[in-house]
Ligand binder design. Structure first.
Ligand code: FES
Length: 583
Protein backbone atom coordinates (compact mmCIF):
# COMPACT_ATOMS: atom_id res chain seq x y z
CA UNK A 1 0.00 0.00 0.00
CA UNK A 2 1.18 3.54 -0.66
CA UNK A 3 1.96 6.07 1.97
CA UNK A 4 -0.13 9.17 2.22
CA UNK A 5 0.91 12.50 0.77
CA UNK A 6 4.07 14.02 2.09
CA UNK A 7 5.63 10.72 3.11
CA UNK A 8 9.20 9.89 2.22
CA UNK A 9 9.78 7.89 -0.95
CA UNK A 10 13.45 7.30 -0.20
CA UNK A 11 13.19 3.62 0.79
CA UNK A 12 11.52 2.42 -2.38
CA UNK A 13 12.95 0.81 -5.49
CA UNK A 14 13.85 3.54 -8.03
CA UNK A 15 11.04 4.13 -10.49
CA UNK A 16 11.24 4.70 -14.24
CA UNK A 17 10.82 8.40 -13.66
CA UNK A 18 13.93 8.53 -11.47
CA UNK A 19 15.99 8.15 -14.67
CA UNK A 20 14.70 11.61 -15.59
CA UNK A 21 14.12 13.38 -12.28
CA UNK A 22 16.37 11.50 -9.85
CA UNK A 23 19.91 12.49 -10.85
CA UNK A 24 21.91 15.48 -9.64
CA UNK A 25 23.74 16.20 -12.86
CA UNK A 26 23.23 18.07 -16.11
CA UNK A 27 20.52 15.67 -17.30
CA UNK A 28 18.58 15.88 -14.05
CA UNK A 29 18.87 19.66 -14.18
CA UNK A 30 17.40 19.72 -17.68
CA UNK A 31 14.56 17.33 -16.91
CA UNK A 32 13.52 19.12 -13.71
CA UNK A 33 14.31 22.72 -14.53
CA UNK A 34 11.97 23.08 -17.48
CA UNK A 35 9.20 21.28 -15.58
CA UNK A 36 9.51 23.85 -12.82
CA UNK A 37 8.12 26.52 -15.14
CA UNK A 38 4.72 25.01 -14.30
CA UNK A 39 5.11 26.05 -10.68
CA UNK A 40 6.18 22.67 -9.34
CA UNK A 41 7.86 22.60 -5.90
CA UNK A 42 11.02 20.67 -5.11
CA UNK A 43 9.35 17.74 -3.32
CA UNK A 44 7.47 16.48 -6.41
CA UNK A 45 10.86 15.27 -7.67
CA UNK A 46 11.59 13.20 -4.55
CA UNK A 47 11.11 9.83 -6.22
CA UNK A 48 7.32 9.63 -5.96
CA UNK A 49 5.39 7.81 -8.73
CA UNK A 50 4.76 9.93 -11.78
CA UNK A 51 1.29 9.19 -13.08
CA UNK A 52 0.61 10.03 -16.71
CA UNK A 53 -2.96 10.93 -17.51
CA UNK A 54 -3.43 9.93 -21.12
CA UNK A 55 -5.77 12.60 -22.39
CA UNK A 56 -8.11 12.11 -25.37
CA UNK A 57 -9.90 15.43 -24.89
CA UNK A 58 -10.71 17.15 -28.15
CA UNK A 59 -13.49 19.46 -29.23
CA UNK A 60 -13.54 17.38 -32.40
CA UNK A 61 -14.33 14.32 -30.28
CA UNK A 62 -17.56 15.51 -28.66
CA UNK A 63 -17.91 12.32 -26.60
CA UNK A 64 -14.63 13.18 -24.81
CA UNK A 65 -15.03 16.97 -24.70
CA UNK A 66 -15.53 17.01 -20.91
CA UNK A 67 -12.27 15.19 -20.16
CA UNK A 68 -10.27 18.12 -18.84
CA UNK A 69 -12.55 18.20 -15.79
CA UNK A 70 -12.30 14.42 -15.49
CA UNK A 71 -8.51 14.69 -15.44
CA UNK A 72 -8.67 17.27 -12.63
CA UNK A 73 -10.48 14.74 -10.43
CA UNK A 74 -7.94 12.03 -11.26
CA UNK A 75 -5.19 14.43 -10.20
CA UNK A 76 -6.82 15.00 -6.80
CA UNK A 77 -6.60 11.28 -6.09
CA UNK A 78 -3.02 11.00 -7.34
CA UNK A 79 -1.84 13.93 -5.18
CA UNK A 80 -3.64 12.51 -2.15
CA UNK A 81 -1.67 9.27 -2.39
CA UNK A 82 1.68 10.96 -2.81
CA UNK A 83 1.90 10.66 -6.59
CA UNK A 84 2.78 13.31 -9.16
CA UNK A 85 0.14 13.57 -11.92
CA UNK A 86 1.04 14.82 -15.40
CA UNK A 87 -1.53 15.06 -18.16
CA UNK A 88 -0.46 14.46 -21.76
CA UNK A 89 -2.44 14.52 -25.03
CA UNK A 90 -2.68 11.76 -27.61
CA UNK A 91 -4.48 11.42 -30.93
CA UNK A 92 -8.21 11.57 -30.20
CA UNK A 93 -10.25 9.31 -32.44
CA UNK A 94 -13.73 10.85 -32.54
CA UNK A 95 -16.24 8.63 -34.27
CA UNK A 96 -18.54 11.19 -35.81
CA UNK A 97 -16.10 13.53 -37.54
CA UNK A 98 -13.10 11.47 -38.63
CA UNK A 99 -13.06 10.42 -42.28
CA UNK A 100 -12.87 8.01 -43.96
CA UNK A 101 -13.46 6.22 -40.63
CA UNK A 102 -12.12 6.55 -37.09
CA UNK A 103 -11.05 2.90 -37.27
CA UNK A 104 -8.34 3.85 -39.75
CA UNK A 105 -6.70 5.79 -36.91
CA UNK A 106 -7.14 3.36 -33.99
CA UNK A 107 -3.74 1.84 -34.62
CA UNK A 108 -2.11 5.23 -35.17
CA UNK A 109 -3.54 6.42 -31.84
CA UNK A 110 -2.34 3.22 -30.15
CA UNK A 111 1.14 3.82 -31.54
CA UNK A 112 1.01 7.41 -30.23
CA UNK A 113 -0.01 6.17 -26.76
CA UNK A 114 2.70 3.52 -26.64
CA UNK A 115 5.49 5.84 -27.74
CA UNK A 116 4.32 8.73 -25.54
CA UNK A 117 4.37 6.53 -22.44
CA UNK A 118 7.72 4.91 -23.19
CA UNK A 119 9.46 8.14 -24.12
CA UNK A 120 8.37 10.04 -21.02
CA UNK A 121 9.05 9.85 -17.27
CA UNK A 122 5.86 7.89 -16.53
CA UNK A 123 5.54 5.12 -13.91
CA UNK A 124 1.82 4.44 -14.18
CA UNK A 125 -0.90 5.68 -16.46
CA UNK A 126 -4.57 6.58 -16.27
CA UNK A 127 -6.28 6.00 -19.61
CA UNK A 128 -9.12 8.46 -20.21
CA UNK A 129 -11.44 6.66 -22.61
CA UNK A 130 -14.84 7.41 -24.08
CA UNK A 131 -15.69 7.49 -27.76
CA UNK A 132 -15.47 4.13 -29.53
CA UNK A 133 -11.86 3.80 -30.65
CA UNK A 134 -10.31 5.73 -27.79
CA UNK A 135 -10.75 2.76 -25.44
CA UNK A 136 -9.05 0.04 -27.53
CA UNK A 137 -6.39 2.47 -28.77
CA UNK A 138 -5.35 3.44 -25.25
CA UNK A 139 -5.47 -0.12 -23.93
CA UNK A 140 -3.44 -1.41 -26.90
CA UNK A 141 -0.80 1.30 -26.54
CA UNK A 142 -0.49 0.76 -22.78
CA UNK A 143 -0.34 -3.02 -23.26
CA UNK A 144 2.58 -2.73 -25.67
CA UNK A 145 4.49 -0.80 -22.99
CA UNK A 146 3.33 -2.82 -20.02
CA UNK A 147 3.32 -0.42 -17.10
CA UNK A 148 0.56 -0.16 -14.46
CA UNK A 149 -2.51 1.21 -16.27
CA UNK A 150 -6.05 1.94 -15.18
CA UNK A 151 -9.00 2.92 -17.39
CA UNK A 152 -11.24 5.83 -16.42
CA UNK A 153 -14.07 6.17 -18.89
CA UNK A 154 -15.89 9.43 -19.45
CA UNK A 155 -19.37 7.96 -19.12
CA UNK A 156 -22.44 7.92 -21.34
CA UNK A 157 -24.74 10.85 -22.13
CA UNK A 158 -28.10 11.13 -20.38
CA UNK A 159 -31.02 9.48 -22.18
CA UNK A 160 -32.12 11.22 -25.36
CA UNK A 161 -35.69 12.46 -25.30
CA UNK A 162 -37.83 13.39 -28.32
CA UNK A 163 -41.52 14.27 -27.91
CA UNK A 164 -42.95 11.54 -25.68
CA UNK A 165 -40.25 8.94 -26.24
CA UNK A 166 -36.76 8.03 -25.22
CA UNK A 167 -34.28 8.03 -28.08
CA UNK A 168 -30.86 6.48 -28.24
CA UNK A 169 -27.63 7.57 -29.91
CA UNK A 170 -27.27 6.07 -33.34
CA UNK A 171 -30.00 3.44 -32.97
CA UNK A 172 -32.74 6.05 -33.31
CA UNK A 173 -30.91 7.72 -36.21
CA UNK A 174 -31.02 4.48 -38.19
CA UNK A 175 -34.73 4.12 -37.37
CA UNK A 176 -35.54 7.72 -38.26
CA UNK A 177 -33.58 7.51 -41.51
CA UNK A 178 -35.58 4.43 -42.52
CA UNK A 179 -38.82 6.15 -41.47
CA UNK A 180 -38.04 9.25 -43.58
CA UNK A 181 -37.20 7.07 -46.59
CA UNK A 182 -40.40 5.07 -46.05
CA UNK A 183 -42.37 8.35 -45.87
CA UNK A 184 -43.64 7.88 -42.30
CA UNK A 185 -41.50 10.66 -40.72
CA UNK A 186 -41.19 14.22 -42.02
CA UNK A 187 -37.85 15.92 -42.58
CA UNK A 188 -38.84 18.57 -40.02
CA UNK A 189 -39.44 15.91 -37.36
CA UNK A 190 -36.11 14.36 -38.30
CA UNK A 191 -34.33 17.69 -37.69
CA UNK A 192 -36.15 18.20 -34.37
CA UNK A 193 -35.04 14.77 -33.22
CA UNK A 194 -31.43 15.74 -33.98
CA UNK A 195 -31.64 18.41 -31.28
CA UNK A 196 -33.12 16.00 -28.74
CA UNK A 197 -30.62 13.18 -28.94
CA UNK A 198 -27.32 14.43 -27.49
CA UNK A 199 -28.35 16.55 -24.52
CA UNK A 200 -25.43 16.21 -22.11
CA UNK A 201 -21.71 15.52 -22.06
CA UNK A 202 -20.72 11.91 -22.62
CA UNK A 203 -20.51 9.17 -25.20
CA UNK A 204 -23.35 7.32 -26.97
CA UNK A 205 -25.86 6.15 -24.37
CA UNK A 206 -27.01 3.09 -26.27
CA UNK A 207 -25.09 -0.18 -25.86
CA UNK A 208 -23.05 0.94 -28.86
CA UNK A 209 -19.35 0.48 -29.25
CA UNK A 210 -18.35 3.13 -26.69
CA UNK A 211 -20.56 1.70 -23.93
CA UNK A 212 -19.49 -1.78 -24.95
CA UNK A 213 -15.76 -1.06 -24.95
CA UNK A 214 -15.89 0.73 -21.61
CA UNK A 215 -17.87 -2.25 -20.28
CA UNK A 216 -15.16 -4.48 -21.75
CA UNK A 217 -12.52 -2.44 -19.89
CA UNK A 218 -14.41 -3.18 -16.68
CA UNK A 219 -14.94 -6.86 -17.58
CA UNK A 220 -11.24 -7.20 -18.39
CA UNK A 221 -10.45 -5.98 -14.90
CA UNK A 222 -8.75 -2.80 -16.11
CA UNK A 223 -11.05 -0.24 -14.49
CA UNK A 224 -12.53 0.14 -11.03
CA UNK A 225 -15.73 -1.80 -10.33
CA UNK A 226 -18.84 -0.04 -11.60
CA UNK A 227 -17.01 2.53 -13.73
CA UNK A 228 -18.49 1.86 -17.17
CA UNK A 229 -22.13 2.86 -16.75
CA UNK A 230 -22.02 5.99 -14.58
CA UNK A 231 -23.45 8.87 -16.66
CA UNK A 232 -20.87 11.46 -17.67
CA UNK A 233 -22.60 14.23 -15.74
CA UNK A 234 -23.30 12.25 -12.57
CA UNK A 235 -21.10 13.43 -9.67
CA UNK A 236 -20.20 9.78 -9.06
CA UNK A 237 -18.28 9.79 -12.35
CA UNK A 238 -15.91 12.30 -10.78
CA UNK A 239 -15.72 10.28 -7.58
CA UNK A 240 -14.57 7.20 -9.48
CA UNK A 241 -12.02 9.32 -11.37
CA UNK A 242 -10.72 10.50 -8.00
CA UNK A 243 -10.58 6.96 -6.59
CA UNK A 244 -8.83 5.75 -9.74
CA UNK A 245 -6.19 8.44 -9.21
CA UNK A 246 -5.62 7.08 -5.71
CA UNK A 247 -5.50 3.48 -6.87
CA UNK A 248 -3.00 3.93 -9.73
CA UNK A 249 -0.40 5.19 -7.25
CA UNK A 250 -0.85 2.02 -5.23
CA UNK A 251 -0.61 -0.05 -8.40
CA UNK A 252 2.80 1.46 -9.17
CA UNK A 253 4.03 0.50 -5.71
CA UNK A 254 2.64 -3.01 -6.21
CA UNK A 255 4.13 -3.23 -9.72
CA UNK A 256 0.66 -4.31 -10.90
CA UNK A 257 1.34 -3.98 -14.60
CA UNK A 258 -1.34 -4.34 -17.27
CA UNK A 259 0.11 -7.69 -18.44
CA UNK A 260 -0.79 -9.12 -15.02
CA UNK A 261 -4.43 -8.11 -15.58
CA UNK A 262 -4.94 -9.02 -19.24
CA UNK A 263 -5.03 -12.79 -18.75
CA UNK A 264 -6.88 -15.28 -20.94
CA UNK A 265 -9.48 -15.65 -18.18
CA UNK A 266 -10.22 -11.94 -18.28
CA UNK A 267 -10.63 -11.99 -22.08
CA UNK A 268 -13.05 -14.90 -21.74
CA UNK A 269 -14.96 -13.06 -19.01
CA UNK A 270 -15.19 -10.09 -21.38
CA UNK A 271 -16.63 -12.32 -24.13
CA UNK A 272 -19.36 -13.44 -21.77
CA UNK A 273 -20.09 -9.99 -20.43
CA UNK A 274 -20.37 -8.82 -24.03
CA UNK A 275 -22.98 -11.51 -24.71
CA UNK A 276 -24.90 -10.65 -21.55
CA UNK A 277 -25.02 -6.92 -22.33
CA UNK A 278 -25.82 -7.36 -26.05
CA UNK A 279 -22.54 -5.62 -26.81
CA UNK A 280 -21.15 -4.37 -30.09
CA UNK A 281 -19.60 -6.60 -32.74
CA UNK A 282 -16.71 -4.11 -32.75
CA UNK A 283 -15.59 -5.59 -29.43
CA UNK A 284 -14.57 -8.71 -31.37
CA UNK A 285 -11.99 -6.83 -33.40
CA UNK A 286 -10.72 -4.64 -30.58
CA UNK A 287 -10.23 -7.47 -28.09
CA UNK A 288 -8.45 -9.61 -30.67
CA UNK A 289 -6.10 -6.71 -31.39
CA UNK A 290 -5.53 -6.13 -27.66
CA UNK A 291 -4.75 -9.82 -27.07
CA UNK A 292 -2.23 -9.58 -29.91
CA UNK A 293 -0.44 -6.82 -28.00
CA UNK A 294 -0.15 -8.90 -24.83
CA UNK A 295 0.46 -12.21 -26.58
CA UNK A 296 -2.56 -13.68 -24.80
CA UNK A 297 -3.93 -16.92 -26.24
CA UNK A 298 -7.30 -15.60 -27.43
CA UNK A 299 -8.82 -16.09 -30.89
CA UNK A 300 -11.97 -15.53 -32.92
CA UNK A 301 -12.98 -19.12 -32.11
CA UNK A 302 -13.16 -18.20 -28.41
CA UNK A 303 -15.85 -15.64 -29.16
CA UNK A 304 -18.16 -18.36 -30.39
CA UNK A 305 -17.10 -21.09 -27.99
CA UNK A 306 -17.34 -19.04 -24.81
CA UNK A 307 -20.09 -16.66 -25.89
CA UNK A 308 -22.39 -19.24 -27.49
CA UNK A 309 -24.60 -20.03 -24.50
CA UNK A 310 -24.59 -16.63 -22.84
CA UNK A 311 -28.07 -15.11 -22.61
CA UNK A 312 -28.47 -11.40 -23.28
CA UNK A 313 -29.74 -10.08 -19.96
CA UNK A 314 -29.46 -6.36 -20.54
CA UNK A 315 -32.48 -4.87 -22.30
CA UNK A 316 -30.69 -1.92 -23.91
CA UNK A 317 -30.85 -0.45 -27.40
CA UNK A 318 -29.98 -1.53 -30.04
CA UNK A 319 -31.02 -5.05 -28.92
CA UNK A 320 -33.69 -3.88 -26.50
CA UNK A 321 -35.52 -0.90 -25.00
CA UNK A 322 -33.50 0.97 -22.38
CA UNK A 323 -30.36 3.14 -22.28
CA UNK A 324 -27.14 3.42 -20.27
CA UNK A 325 -28.62 5.80 -17.68
CA UNK A 326 -31.23 3.14 -16.85
CA UNK A 327 -28.52 0.50 -16.84
CA UNK A 328 -26.48 2.41 -14.27
CA UNK A 329 -29.46 2.82 -11.93
CA UNK A 330 -30.20 -0.91 -12.35
CA UNK A 331 -26.74 -1.97 -11.19
CA UNK A 332 -24.51 -1.75 -14.27
CA UNK A 333 -21.74 -4.18 -15.15
CA UNK A 334 -21.23 -5.47 -11.56
CA UNK A 335 -24.82 -6.79 -11.44
CA UNK A 336 -24.38 -8.49 -14.83
CA UNK A 337 -21.02 -9.98 -13.84
CA UNK A 338 -22.51 -11.31 -10.62
CA UNK A 339 -25.30 -13.00 -12.60
CA UNK A 340 -22.67 -14.65 -14.82
CA UNK A 341 -20.80 -15.81 -11.73
CA UNK A 342 -23.92 -17.29 -10.17
CA UNK A 343 -24.60 -19.25 -13.32
CA UNK A 344 -21.18 -20.77 -13.82
CA UNK A 345 -20.09 -18.38 -16.56
CA UNK A 346 -17.35 -16.37 -14.88
CA UNK A 347 -13.71 -17.02 -14.20
CA UNK A 348 -14.10 -15.81 -10.66
CA UNK A 349 -10.42 -15.63 -9.75
CA UNK A 350 -9.53 -13.35 -12.66
CA UNK A 351 -7.29 -10.49 -11.43
CA UNK A 352 -8.36 -6.86 -11.53
CA UNK A 353 -6.86 -3.44 -10.91
CA UNK A 354 -8.55 -3.28 -7.52
CA UNK A 355 -6.07 -5.91 -6.33
CA UNK A 356 -8.99 -8.25 -5.68
CA UNK A 357 -10.47 -10.98 -7.86
CA UNK A 358 -13.36 -10.26 -10.19
CA UNK A 359 -15.72 -12.24 -7.97
CA UNK A 360 -14.63 -10.40 -4.83
CA UNK A 361 -15.45 -7.17 -6.65
CA UNK A 362 -18.97 -8.13 -7.76
CA UNK A 363 -20.32 -10.83 -5.44
CA UNK A 364 -22.53 -8.40 -3.53
CA UNK A 365 -23.67 -6.32 -6.51
CA UNK A 366 -27.42 -5.73 -6.60
CA UNK A 367 -29.83 -5.74 -9.53
CA UNK A 368 -32.27 -2.93 -8.77
CA UNK A 369 -34.38 -3.26 -11.90
CA UNK A 370 -35.08 -6.69 -13.40
CA UNK A 371 -36.72 -5.04 -16.41
CA UNK A 372 -33.41 -3.49 -17.43
CA UNK A 373 -31.13 -6.32 -16.26
CA UNK A 374 -33.39 -9.29 -16.79
CA UNK A 375 -33.29 -12.48 -14.73
CA UNK A 376 -31.35 -15.43 -16.16
CA UNK A 377 -34.54 -17.43 -16.84
CA UNK A 378 -36.26 -14.53 -18.62
CA UNK A 379 -33.44 -13.32 -20.87
CA UNK A 380 -33.93 -10.91 -23.76
CA UNK A 381 -32.20 -13.41 -26.07
CA UNK A 382 -31.45 -16.96 -24.91
CA UNK A 383 -28.21 -17.28 -26.89
CA UNK A 384 -26.89 -13.76 -27.14
CA UNK A 385 -23.15 -14.08 -27.77
CA UNK A 386 -21.48 -13.16 -31.02
CA UNK A 387 -21.86 -15.88 -33.64
CA UNK A 388 -18.81 -16.74 -35.73
CA UNK A 389 -19.71 -18.03 -39.19
CA UNK A 390 -17.47 -19.97 -41.56
CA UNK A 391 -17.83 -21.38 -45.03
CA UNK A 392 -16.55 -20.96 -48.55
CA UNK A 393 -17.61 -17.30 -48.46
CA UNK A 394 -15.71 -16.62 -45.20
CA UNK A 395 -12.84 -19.12 -44.84
CA UNK A 396 -11.33 -17.12 -41.96
CA UNK A 397 -14.65 -16.22 -40.41
CA UNK A 398 -17.38 -13.61 -40.26
CA UNK A 399 -19.53 -12.47 -37.35
CA UNK A 400 -23.20 -11.82 -36.65
CA UNK A 401 -24.92 -10.49 -33.55
CA UNK A 402 -28.02 -12.63 -32.92
CA UNK A 403 -29.52 -10.27 -30.35
CA UNK A 404 -29.75 -7.53 -33.01
CA UNK A 405 -30.95 -9.83 -35.84
CA UNK A 406 -34.39 -11.00 -36.99
CA UNK A 407 -34.95 -14.61 -35.82
CA UNK A 408 -36.76 -15.59 -39.07
CA UNK A 409 -33.78 -14.50 -41.17
CA UNK A 410 -31.14 -16.45 -39.30
CA UNK A 411 -31.74 -19.40 -41.59
CA UNK A 412 -32.00 -17.95 -45.07
CA UNK A 413 -31.22 -18.74 -48.69
CA UNK A 414 -31.42 -15.91 -51.16
CA UNK A 415 -30.28 -14.34 -54.41
CA UNK A 416 -27.28 -12.00 -54.13
CA UNK A 417 -27.54 -8.36 -55.13
CA UNK A 418 -23.95 -7.13 -55.24
CA UNK A 419 -22.50 -3.70 -54.61
CA UNK A 420 -18.83 -3.48 -55.57
CA UNK A 421 -18.11 -0.52 -53.27
CA UNK A 422 -19.94 1.89 -51.01
CA UNK A 423 -20.17 4.35 -53.91
CA UNK A 424 -21.71 1.67 -56.11
CA UNK A 425 -24.19 0.89 -53.34
CA UNK A 426 -25.21 4.55 -52.96
CA UNK A 427 -25.63 4.98 -56.71
CA UNK A 428 -27.61 1.78 -57.16
CA UNK A 429 -29.64 0.94 -54.07
CA UNK A 430 -32.60 3.19 -54.82
CA UNK A 431 -32.60 2.73 -58.59
CA UNK A 432 -36.22 1.80 -59.35
CA UNK A 433 -34.93 -0.69 -61.95
CA UNK A 434 -32.80 -2.58 -59.42
CA UNK A 435 -34.04 -6.17 -59.29
CA UNK A 436 -34.28 -6.62 -55.53
CA UNK A 437 -36.85 -7.65 -52.94
CA UNK A 438 -36.77 -8.61 -49.27
CA UNK A 439 -35.79 -12.21 -49.98
CA UNK A 440 -32.51 -11.13 -51.61
CA UNK A 441 -29.12 -11.00 -49.87
CA UNK A 442 -27.39 -7.62 -50.12
CA UNK A 443 -23.62 -8.02 -50.61
CA UNK A 444 -21.21 -5.11 -50.13
CA UNK A 445 -17.55 -5.46 -51.12
CA UNK A 446 -14.32 -3.51 -50.61
CA UNK A 447 -15.18 -2.02 -47.22
CA UNK A 448 -12.72 -4.10 -45.18
CA UNK A 449 -9.47 -3.01 -43.51
CA UNK A 450 -7.54 -2.59 -46.79
CA UNK A 451 -10.47 -1.89 -49.06
CA UNK A 452 -12.10 1.20 -47.53
CA UNK A 453 -9.42 1.67 -46.06
CA UNK A 454 -10.03 1.31 -42.33
CA UNK A 455 -13.03 -1.03 -42.33
CA UNK A 456 -15.86 1.46 -42.12
CA UNK A 457 -19.14 0.99 -40.24
CA UNK A 458 -21.24 0.58 -43.36
CA UNK A 459 -22.16 -3.10 -43.05
CA UNK A 460 -25.68 -2.27 -41.89
CA UNK A 461 -26.40 -0.63 -45.26
CA UNK A 462 -29.92 0.83 -45.43
CA UNK A 463 -32.49 -1.23 -47.29
CA UNK A 464 -33.75 -0.09 -50.72
CA UNK A 465 -36.59 2.42 -50.48
CA UNK A 466 -38.94 0.18 -52.42
CA UNK A 467 -38.47 -2.55 -49.80
CA UNK A 468 -38.81 -0.09 -46.91
CA UNK A 469 -42.06 1.23 -48.35
CA UNK A 470 -43.56 -2.26 -48.01
CA UNK A 471 -42.95 -1.95 -44.27
CA UNK A 472 -39.96 -4.34 -44.34
CA UNK A 473 -37.18 -3.28 -41.95
CA UNK A 474 -34.61 -6.08 -42.22
CA UNK A 475 -32.88 -8.15 -44.86
CA UNK A 476 -29.78 -10.36 -44.83
CA UNK A 477 -26.72 -8.21 -45.54
CA UNK A 478 -23.15 -9.44 -45.94
CA UNK A 479 -19.93 -7.44 -46.14
CA UNK A 480 -16.31 -7.18 -45.09
CA UNK A 481 -17.19 -3.98 -43.22
CA UNK A 482 -18.06 -3.37 -39.58
CA UNK A 483 -21.27 -1.85 -38.29
CA UNK A 484 -21.88 0.70 -35.62
CA UNK A 485 -22.48 -0.82 -32.23
CA UNK A 486 -25.72 1.15 -32.19
CA UNK A 487 -26.97 -0.58 -35.33
CA UNK A 488 -29.10 -3.68 -35.71
CA UNK A 489 -30.31 -6.15 -38.31
CA UNK A 490 -29.40 -9.55 -39.76
CA UNK A 491 -26.02 -8.31 -40.78
CA UNK A 492 -23.00 -10.52 -41.47
CA UNK A 493 -19.83 -8.53 -40.84
CA UNK A 494 -16.01 -8.76 -40.83
CA UNK A 495 -15.97 -11.35 -43.62
CA UNK A 496 -12.38 -12.57 -43.88
CA UNK A 497 -10.39 -12.46 -45.97
CA UNK A 498 -11.90 -9.22 -47.26
CA UNK A 499 -12.66 -8.58 -50.93
CA UNK A 500 -9.75 -6.18 -51.45
CA UNK A 501 -7.37 -8.88 -50.20
CA UNK A 502 -8.79 -11.37 -52.70
CA UNK A 503 -11.19 -13.14 -50.35
CA UNK A 504 -14.07 -15.13 -51.90
CA UNK A 505 -16.37 -12.17 -51.24
CA UNK A 506 -14.63 -10.48 -54.19
CA UNK A 507 -15.98 -13.18 -56.51
CA UNK A 508 -19.70 -12.95 -55.69
CA UNK A 509 -21.92 -11.84 -58.59
CA UNK A 510 -25.52 -10.70 -58.93
CA UNK A 511 -27.80 -13.71 -58.96
CA UNK A 512 -25.54 -16.09 -57.00
CA UNK A 513 -27.34 -17.99 -54.27
CA UNK A 514 -26.08 -17.48 -50.72
CA UNK A 515 -27.04 -19.52 -47.71
CA UNK A 516 -26.89 -18.20 -44.14
CA UNK A 517 -27.29 -20.78 -41.40
CA UNK A 518 -26.66 -19.14 -38.02
CA UNK A 519 -27.43 -22.25 -35.97
CA UNK A 520 -25.02 -24.26 -38.13
CA UNK A 521 -22.43 -21.39 -38.08
CA UNK A 522 -22.30 -21.55 -41.88
CA UNK A 523 -22.03 -18.96 -44.66
CA UNK A 524 -22.09 -20.62 -48.05
CA UNK A 525 -21.82 -19.31 -51.60
CA UNK A 526 -23.63 -21.80 -53.83
CA UNK A 527 -21.19 -21.55 -56.75
CA UNK A 528 -18.87 -24.36 -57.88
CA UNK A 529 -15.16 -24.26 -57.13
CA UNK A 530 -14.43 -24.42 -60.86
CA UNK A 531 -16.57 -21.34 -61.54
CA UNK A 532 -14.96 -19.46 -58.64
CA UNK A 533 -11.50 -20.34 -60.02
CA UNK A 534 -12.53 -18.88 -63.39
CA UNK A 535 -13.77 -15.70 -61.76
CA UNK A 536 -10.56 -15.41 -59.77
CA UNK A 537 -8.51 -15.35 -62.99
CA UNK A 538 -10.41 -12.19 -64.01
CA UNK A 539 -10.11 -10.49 -60.57
CA UNK A 540 -7.60 -7.76 -59.75
CA UNK A 541 -7.28 -5.79 -56.49
CA UNK A 542 -8.83 -2.30 -56.36
CA UNK A 543 -6.65 0.77 -56.70
CA UNK A 544 -5.71 2.24 -53.29
CA UNK A 545 -7.65 5.38 -52.33
CA UNK A 546 -4.45 7.25 -51.47
CA UNK A 547 -0.77 6.77 -52.22
CA UNK A 548 1.88 7.60 -49.63
CA UNK A 549 1.53 8.79 -46.06
CA UNK A 550 -0.11 6.94 -43.21
CA UNK A 551 -2.84 5.45 -45.41
CA UNK A 552 -0.35 3.61 -47.58
CA UNK A 553 1.51 2.34 -44.50
CA UNK A 554 -1.82 1.20 -43.05
CA UNK A 555 -2.99 -0.64 -46.17
CA UNK A 556 0.37 -2.34 -46.55
CA UNK A 557 0.50 -3.60 -42.97
CA UNK A 558 -3.06 -3.99 -41.71
CA UNK A 559 -4.04 -7.53 -40.80
CA UNK A 560 -7.44 -9.04 -41.47
CA UNK A 561 -10.47 -8.75 -39.19
CA UNK A 562 -9.99 -12.19 -37.64
CA UNK A 563 -6.64 -10.93 -36.31
CA UNK A 564 -8.06 -7.68 -34.96
CA UNK A 565 -7.05 -5.43 -37.89
CA UNK A 566 -3.91 -4.31 -36.07
CA UNK A 567 -0.80 -3.34 -38.03
CA UNK A 568 1.48 -6.38 -38.26
CA UNK A 569 4.52 -4.51 -36.92
CA UNK A 570 2.63 -3.32 -33.82
CA UNK A 571 1.72 -6.79 -32.58
CA UNK A 572 3.33 -7.70 -29.27
CA UNK A 573 4.69 -5.96 -26.19
CA UNK A 574 7.88 -3.93 -26.58
CA UNK A 575 8.17 -3.14 -22.88
CA UNK A 576 8.93 0.00 -20.93
CA UNK A 577 12.73 0.05 -20.83
CA UNK A 578 14.00 3.60 -20.37
CA UNK A 579 15.25 4.99 -23.71
CA UNK A 580 18.69 6.57 -23.89
CA UNK A 581 18.96 10.30 -23.28
CA UNK A 582 19.90 12.89 -25.90
CA UNK A 583 21.33 15.67 -23.76
FE1 FES B 1 -18.60 8.85 -29.76
FE2 FES B 1 -20.77 7.17 -30.21
S1 FES B 1 -19.97 8.76 -31.43
S2 FES B 1 -19.41 7.27 -28.59
Amino acid sequence: MADDAGSSNSNRKPLRSSHWFGTHDKDGFIHRSWMRNQGLPDHVFDGRPVIGICQTFSELTPCNAHFRKLAEHVKRGVWEMGGFPLEFPVFSTGETNLRPTAMLYRNLAAMDVEEAIRANPIDGVILLTGCDKTTPALLMGAASCDIPALVVSGGPMLNGRYQDRTIGSGTSVWQFDADVKAGVMSLQQFMEAEQAQSRSAGHCMTMGTASTMNSMAEALGTSLTGCAAIPAVDARRYVIAHMSGRRIVEMVHEDLRISKILTRENFLNAVRVNGAIGGSTNAVIHLLALAGRTGTDFTLKDWDEYGRDVPTLVDLMPSGRFLMEDFYYAGGIPAVTRALGENGMLFKDAPTVTGKSMWENVQNAANWNPEVIRPWDNALVKQGGITVLKGNLAPDGAVLKPSAATPELMQHRGRAVVFESIEHYKARVDDPDLDIDETCVMVLKNCGPKGYPGMAEVGNMALPQKVLKKGVRDMVRISDARMSGTAYGTVVLHTAPEAAAGGPLALVQDGDIIELDVAGRRLHLDVSDAELAERRKRWSPPEPAMKGGYQELYVRHVMQADKGADLDFLVGCRGHAVPRDSH
